[in-house]
Design a protein around this ligand. Structure first.
Ligand code: C2E
Ligand code: CA
Ligand code: CA
Ligand code: CA
Length: 275
């Protein structure tokens, strides 16, 4: 059907599943969303456990579609990855986050960092490190104020290539953190040899804290691993004081979650970081 061109789709759509129809619908309007300036970044603060202050923020993309309203990334990032549209989207996210942070840095002059999620395709781009170097140069952003979030599977697919990319990023002075940690399949021996600076404990473990013996054990194990590999550690998805207290007691360095704040607009984040 594909070979017959665009109109072939409407002919077959009668027989399409609801899900397939939504995908097609979204794919078509996602095309050009960057050019039409429909993407926005929200920022979720990261809190230092010890001081209770905001130390940085994670950039999270949203799509403000005129046709469909506000769309969260879980509905379109996977689709964008499959279709290749993640390339312009990822580029837009990186550029926007770096510019925003450089602007804040110039205005407030105090520390704080921004953390950007990379997709598998983005991480595998040959030019990723060059592109990041150019963005840093272009915006004047302090490299230490940028953190990139990747997942275990991105590293484990082609460990040698990942090693090379990570080394280049480390030489630039950019921090890399392993997102959703505990859900993937990293080999510990490999993990040790990668130049990584940070782990983020997946929120599926945090949501069962405290009280669930398995979640507690996994959390402790990750914190122990982070500490012995001298990596920083952030717990994600913290929603209750009991979760935060458990993490504090186990020596977790930082946290993010609705307990402090949902992802917010840039102005609101600036208030939290530099008020
Ligand atoms: P993630 O990187 O694991 O981001 C954390 C997600 O958890 C965010 O959802 C955030 O809003 C949500 N969250 C934060 N605190 C809490 C909490 O206390 N409770 C609960 N239940 N959820 C919390 P969001 O913004 O919908 O993003 C979903 C995923 O989409 C992200 O998961 C990330 O994998 C992806 N994503 C978001 N922005 C980008 C982007 O710019 N590029 C790429 N490649 N992926 C992105
Ligand atoms: Ca993330
Ligand atoms: Ca995560
Ligand atoms: Ca996640």
């Amino acid at each position: 059907a594909k070979g017959q061109g665009k109109n072939a789709y409407s002919f077959f759509s009668g027989g399409m599943s609801q899900q397939a129809r939504e995908r097609l619908f979204l794919t078509n309007s996602l095309r050009g969303a960057v050019e039409r300036d429909e993407l926005v970044l929200n920022y979720q603060p990261r809190i230092c456990m010890q001081s209770g202050t905001v130390v940085g923020a994670e950039a999270l993309v949203r799509w403000q579609s005129p046709e469909h309203g506000l769309i969260l990334p879980t509905r379109f990032i996977g689709l964008a990855e499959e279709t290749g549209m993640i390339e312009p989207i990822g580029e837009w996210v990186l550029k926007t986050a770096c510019r925003q942070m450089a602007q804040w840095q110039a205005r407030y002059g105090r520390p704080g960092f921004i953390s950007v999620n990379l997709s598998p395709r983005q991480f595998n781009q040959k030019k990723l490190a060059d592109r990041i170097a150019a963005l840093i140069e272009e915006t004047g952003l302090e490299p230490t104020m940028l953190e990139l979030e990747i997942t275990e599977s991105m590293v484990m697919g082609d460990p040698e290539k990942a090693q090379e990319t990570l080394s280049r990023l480390a030489r630039l002075g950019v921090r890399v953190s392993l997102d959703d940690f505990g859900t993937g399949y990293s080999s510990l021996s490999h993990l040790r040899q990668f130049p990584l600076q940070h782990l983020k404990i997946d929120k599926s473990f945090i949501s069962d804290l405290p009280g669930d013996a398995d979640a507690e054990a996994v959390t402790r194990a990750i914190l122990g691993l982070a500490s012995s590999l001298r990596l920083g550690c952030t717990a994600e998805g913290v929603e209750t004081p009991a979760q935060r207290d458990f993490l504090a007691q186990e020596g977790c360095e930082a946290w993010q979650g609705y307990l402090f704040s949902k992802p917010v607009l840039p102005e609101a984040l600036a208030e939290m970081l530099w008020n």
